[in-house]
Ligand binder design. Sequence first.
Ligand code: GTP
Ligand code: MG
Length: 555
Amino acid sequence: GQPRGHVRPGSSGAAVQRAPQAAAPEEPGEDAEVNTGKKTFTEVQTERLEQAERTVLIKCPPKLNENKLLQYLSSHGNIKSHFFFENRGIHALIEFSEKNSIASLQDAIGVPSAAEYHVVPFKSRLFTFMLKNPVSQAAEETPLHLSPQFHIPVKDLIQKLCHADSISSQMYILLNEYQLTDENIKLRYLVCSLVRDFAHAYFPDSTVKPFGSSVNTFGKLGCDVDMFLDFRDTQKHAAKMKKGPFEMEYQMKRLPSERLATQKILSVIGDCLDNFGPGCVSVQKILNARCPLVKFSHQPTGFQCDLSVSNSIAIKSSELLYIYGCLDSRVRALVFSVRCWARVHGLTNSIPGTWITNFSLTMMVMFFLQRRSPPIIPTLDQLKELADQKDKLVIGGYDCSFVSDLSKIKRTNNTETLDVLLGDFFEYYGNFDFRRNSINLRKGKEVNKPESSPLYIWNPFEQDLNISKNVNQPQLEKFVAMARESAWILRKEEKAQQMINKEPWGLAALLIPFGKSNSNKMKNRMKGIGSETIRNLLDSLKLNNPNSLQKAVGK
Ligand code: GTP
Ligand code: MG
C-alpha cells in the first residue's frame, strides 16, 4: 500500500497564468557544470543532494498533456527542471526551485478515505496525476520526450561500433551509450533523498548519500544504487558535547560493538522501508554480511538499491575514482570498454562470487594508466602530497588524505590514443606476472605479493587488505586468456577487410563471445600470415605453449 495523492491545483486561476514560467528551462549550463569535473566530489554531492530534496516524482497517465501537469504544479511554486521517463508507465521528475513547494503540494492533497484505502499517514514525495476528465487532459496532446534510463543492448551497440572510423571513436561511442545521464543521476539522488525521509523519522540529523558507481563517474545506465546512512553530519553536536559537563546517551542504547549498532540501525530502517516505504519492494536484510546491508528494489524509479551504514573507506574509494575519472577523458572511455568486454565474456557477474568485481577491474585499469610512460594518471601517494589541511583524513589508523581540488593536479603530457591503450591494456595483463606481483595504486608499482591470493590488488586505503581476495585461480586464468585473445584480435590489422565484409572490427570484435569456431579461425589465419608484428606478438604471448599461461598466473 503506497499512499497516493491526486495532484490538485491549490488555486487553479493563478496556476494557468503562471504556466509559461513553470516550463522555463533552468539556467543554461548549470547541470552540465556538475559533470565537467571542475567541482570537487563533495561539492557535486552536496549540490545534488540539495537538488534532490526539492524534487518529487509523479506517476502520469498514458496520455498526458504536459502543459496541464506543469500548470497545476506551478501553483505550488516555480519548477526549476523536469523530465519524463518510462518505467511501468510514464513518470515525471519535477524539481522545484524551493523546497517548501513540496509541502504546499502535499498539503493540497486530502488523505484517502479509510473506506477506500488503509493508509499509514506518511506524506511521501510520490504522487499520481489524475484528472477527473481524461478527455480534456489528452487534448492538445504533443508527444512527450522520454529520457532513456537503460543503455542499448550489446548487439545494437556492436552495430553502431562498426560504423566508427577508429577504435578510439568506438570507445567514445560506447561511453556515450552506457554512461549515466544527468536525468538518471537526478533519479539516483532522489531515491537516496526518499530513503532519507524515512531515516529522519529515527535519526533527524542523518543523511543518505550515494557512493560507488552512481557517483564515481564509472556508473553505467542500469547499475545498482549503493547508498549509505551517514551520521557524520552531526559534527556540530560532537563539537558541543566536548564543552559542557553533560554526556548524552547518544541516540541509542550503548552497544558493545559498532557492528551491532550498524545491524540494529539497518534492521529498523529495513523494516520501516518494508512496511511503509512507498514503492519499496523485495526488502532483504543482509545483516550478517561482512558489510551489513539492506537490499531493496525501488519500483517507481526501477533501481535496485543497497543501503548500508556510513563506510568512510568506501566513500574515499568513490572520491578517488571520481578524481581519476575527471582527470583525462581517456580514463572513463577505457574503463567502460574494459567493463563491457569483461561482462560479455563472463569475467564479471552481477551475482557475487569468485569473479573479478567491476571495482577491482576499474582499479586494474587505473594501475595500467599509472604505468604508462609518461603516466596518464598520478599515483595515490602523489595525490596525497598535494593534499592540504582540509584534505587531511585518518580512518582507523590509515592515512586516507589526498587532494580534493582537481585544479591542483597537473595534467599528463601523454598523448597516446585509445587505440593503443586498449591493445596495450590487454597485452599488459595478458603478460602480467600475477604469480609473483601485486597491483599497488598507492605506489603505482608492481610489488611482490604479500600472500598467495591468485590476484592481489592492494586496498588503496586499508593497506593490508586485498580488494580481489574473492578471485580464484580459474577465474584469473580465464581473464588472462581472454586478455591475450583480445590483444591478438586487436593487433591483427584486418580492419579494412572486415569493414568491407561488414564484419565487426576493433572493439566490436571484442564484444562477441570468443567461441570455439573463433579459435579455429584464429589458427587458420596464423598459418597464412607472414607479418613480422604478428609473429613477434605471438612469440611474446606464447600462445602455442599451453604451459605459459599457467606459468604466468601461477599454477
Ligand atoms: P557496479 O558494479 O557498477 O555496481 O560498481 P560499484 O563500484 O558500484 O561496485 P559495487 O556496487 O560492488 O560496490 C560499491 C562500492 O563499494 C565500490 O565502489 C567500492 O567503493 C566499494 N567496494 C566494493 N567492493 C569492494 C571491495 O572488495 N573492497 C573494498 N574496499 N571496497 C569495495
Ligand atoms: Mg554499485
